[in-house]
Design a protein around this ligand. Structure first.
Ligand SMILES: CC(C)(COP(=O)(O)OP(=O)(O)OC[C@H]1O[C@@H](n2cnc3c(N)ncnc32)[C@H](O)[C@@H]1OP(=O)(O)O)[C@@H](O)C(=O)NCCC(=O)NCCS
Length: 409
């Protein structure tokens, strides 16, 4: 059967949104569709039409993406990927991925990134598992801090209206310091702060607390919910920390101290935090911080390999020739010479002999330094052609601080 594939018009958008809602099992109200529409660049939507029905969808967000070396690159944030159950496993997703990657290439965005509902889906399209996130729990009675950077600033709980004024600017300063972070638009903040009850998962509304340093600048914030519970007259509340954004150690310490000190709370749970969360090393009793869950977060695909590799900075000076096999975007396959260091990098096609051979998804996985080439070689995914090349590439691609993204999309 012939299907049409193209972006949707504004009139078709509600149908597009309802297909997304139906596949994820979410009832989407007209009001929400209106909010989604405000946040959508319709030219970036991709829909598969079976006659008048929209049976497949995807969309992408034009992000500014912080890459190692604290450079920012345009990246397409792939989202709203669905195929109706009536049309699954007929190759519709494959067709949409091809269409979308071509569109991203034409827009001159060297990278595509996404969050995967299932980790089996995107490797075949050249996306690699690039960052890992953790969920932590700690009983605040055992959470005394051993580090005490001077904190003479002020903590304040703020309402939603103030949060809308203050937080976007703090986040914007923070994201330029954090590899793996993405830009957030005004409509992202609007949707985030609207905080509809169906996002509460049995807890209360989100609270916001800011830290303002002695110069009067807000240098960090935390947002959290309380899941209230009383048993036999004793408080058993859980504090669900949804975000802790700190632009320096002083605000990080102040905000953690705040979150670990809220009364009536017997458990603090931090969702989607970096695996190398500094809190562990701030605690007197570090084992008390339990990593209760961890999993993949960002998946990265190099759409333009040379521009992507030249666009980041490298921890050490070095040169490496990669032979990349890109089975999904065959025109990308070939040899690339990367020369890079802390101050800049160049990358282009070459005929020189390869030092390392790998597939596109593996280059995506290593791009943010989230996994080493040596680890992928031990996993049988990457091959070293020149002795020492894997270690050299690991040293170059290392990233500090660890790449991490705290924005869902
Ligand atoms: C994921 C989804 C979009 C796949 O769509 P689709 O049109 O069925 O995918 P395709 O037919 O193009 O599949 C291409 C290949 O991927 C495999 N594949 C796709 N989705 C898969 C899944 N969820 N689990 C296992 N394999 C999957 C197919 O079996 C096929 O493999 P093959 O090439 O070896 O035959 C669809 O199942 C869906 O809407 N799922 C629910 C929503 C969701 O999870 N979306 C992703 C959000 S990040």
């Amino acid at each position: 059967m012939d299907y049409e594939i193209r972006p949707v018009t504004v009139e078709e958008y509600p149908k597009f949104a309802r297909t997304v809602g139906a596949v994820f099992g979410e009832t989407v109200s007209d009001e929400e569709i209106g909010e989604w529409l405000k946040a959508t660049d319709l030219t970036r939507t991709v829909a598969v039409f079976d006659q008048d029905d929209i049976v497949g969808t995807t969309d992408s967000i034009a992000f500014q993406f912080t890459v190692p070396g604290l450079q920012t690159l345009p990246a397409a944030g792939v989202t709203a990927v669905t195929v109706l159950p009536t049309h699954r496993r007929q190759g519709l997703l494959t067709t949409m991925m091809r269409y979308q990657l071509e569109d991203v290439r034409k827009r001159g965005e060297p990278l595509a990134i996404l969050l995967a509902s299932e980790s089996i889906i995107y490797g075949r399209f050249g996306y690699g598992l690039a960052t890992t996130q953790g969920t932590y729990q700690i009983d605040p009675r055992f959470a005394a801090l051993s580090t005490h950077p001077e904190q003479h600033g002020r903590l304040r709980m703020i309402d939603k209206a103030s949060a809308a004024q203050i937080l976007p600017d703090v986040y914007d300063r923070y994201r330029l310091l954090q590899p793996g972070a993405v830009s957030r638009t005004g409509s992202w903040w609007e949707r985030h702060l609207s905080d509809p009850p169906r996002h509460h998962h049995g807890a209360g509304e989100r609270y916001y607390v800011t830290y303002r340093n002695t110069s009067g600048e807000v240098t960090g914030y935390a947002s959290y919910r309380i899941k209230e519970n009383w048993e036999h007259g004793f408080p058993q509340n859980r504090l669900i920390l949804t975000q802790l954004i700190a632009t320096d150690p002083e605000s990080r310490t102040a905000l953690w101290r705040f979150c670990l000190g809220v009364d009536l709370v017997v458990m603090v749970e931090a969702e989607n935090f970096p695996v190398e969360e500094p809190l562990r090393w701030m605690l007197k009793d570090p084992r008390r911080l339990r990593l209760v869950d961890s999993g993949d977060f960002l998946w990265v695909r190099l759409v333009d390999i040379a521009a992507g590799l030249a666009g980041r900075r490298y921890a050490t000076e070095g040169q490496v020739v990669f032979e990349v096999e890109d089975a999904f975007c065959r025109e990308n396959s070939g040899r690339y010479v990367l020369e890079g260091g802390p101050d800049g990098a160049t990358c282009g096609r070459t005929n020189a002999a390869a030092d390392i051979t790998l597939r596109a998804a593996d280059l995506g996985a290593t791009y943010l330094g989230g996994v080493g080439f040596t680890t992928l070689a031990r996993a049988g995914r990457v091959t070293e052609q020149t002795p020492g090349a894997l270690r050299g590439a690991d040293a170059m691609f290392a990233c500090e601080p660890q790449a991490w993204c705290c924005t869902g999309f």
